[in-house]
Write a protein that binds this ligand. Structure first.
Ligand code: AP5
Length: 272
């Protein structure tokens, strides 16, 4: 991909040789499925703590070859690097509170302008307030316009979530996610891929989980109608196996792609 290529053109799939526009209203926006399949646009994954956003984002990443942008992971990286943002975020995250919108929005703005996001991305854990959703709607990065997003909500019965959260272990080396109850590593507390010792997140306690659920109900659930109203929204059941949930998400994305057709550049601009 040429460095000076406009962002929308980069989304066109030049990198992988496909030229499908992203939606019928924006002929310049195109998508770039790495496996010859499709995405209807950048994907926002919603859901309560532990529903499987990170797990499913990793599956979409490996399938479509586009980055997972997790605001939780970005904030944890800031924390590890002892940045000013990391220090502000630290206490809030431990208590299960949200980090202020303006700080998170700025962090996302920087990340969306990195070159790998030009070919599409999976946003995991953002937006999670109405103010963040409204900011994303109007955000036009200096590196070029963003294509319209689609939002997928993952729903899981709350009684399952506590075990998912307290049983979660993550590889600090490759970020692979495990669960000691549902998806344990082959060797006790060691990552299957790189043998790194798995870690437990500081906010994966029962107390912090209950606070995160309270915050989710009060601040993130009101974001759902915002996306329902656009039609570019699906809700899937997340209580089944990882594979079953992945299949439901792919089906939702296929439906969205059908509902919001992606005309080829031949008809949109005469370019092929
Ligand atoms: P973040 O890291 O985003 O946490 P979260 O939203 O609470 O979500 P989780 O990461 O806990 O869960 P997940 O849905 O990704 O589940 P996972 O796939 O890991 O945010 C952390 C904090 O950062 C926030 O509390 C806030 O302070 C701050 N923050 C982040 N974004 C922000 C924003 N936009 N604005 C303000 N503040 C922000 O799965 C969980 C477990 O279940 C794993 O063990 C997994 O193996 C297992 N599992 C997954 N799927 C299945 C399945 N189908 N069957 C069985 N087990 C499964």
């Amino acid at each position: 991909m040429t460095a000076s290529l406009p962002r929308a053109a980069a989304f066109a799939g030049d990198e992988v040789g496909r030229h499908d526009t992203l939606n019928s209203n924006s002929a310049t926006y195109t998508t770039a499925p790495a496996d010859g399949s499709f995405l209807p646009g950048p994907v926002l994954l919603f859901g309560a703590p532990g529903v499987g956003k990170g797990t499913q984002a990793q599956i979409l990443v490996s399938r479509f070859g586009i980055p997972q942008i997790s605001t939780g992971d970005l904030l944890r990286q800031h924390r590890r690097n002892h940045t000013e943002l990391g220090m502000i975020a630290d206490g809030l995250m431990r208590q299960g509170q949200l980090v202020p919108d303006d700080l998170v929005n700025k962090m996302v703005a920087v990340r969306l302008c990195e070159p790998d996001a030009a070919a599409g991305y999976i946003l995991d854990g953002f937006p999670r307030t109405l103010a963040q959703a409204e900011w994303l709607d109007t955000f036009t990065p200096e590196c070029g316009p963003l294509p319209p997003t689609v939002a997928v909500e993952i729903r899981v019965d709350e009684t399952l979530l506590l075990r998912r959260i307290t049983g979660r272990r993550t590889c600090p080396g490759c970020n692979r996610i495990y669960n000691i109850y549902f998806n344990p590593p082959q060797r006790y507390e060691l990552c299957d891929d790189d043998q790194t010792k798995l870690v437990q997140r500081a906010d994966d306690t029962e107390e912090a989980f209950l606070k995160r659920m309270e915050v989710y109900r009060a601040q993130t659930m009101p974001v759902v109608p915002h996306y329902q109203g656009t039609g570019r929204f699906r809700s899937v059941e997340g209580g089944g196996s990882v594979d079953a949930v992945a299949a439901a998400i792919l089906e939702a994305l296929r439906e969205l792609r059908t509902e919001f057709p992606v005309p080829s550049l031949t008809s949109a601009s005469g370019v092929r």
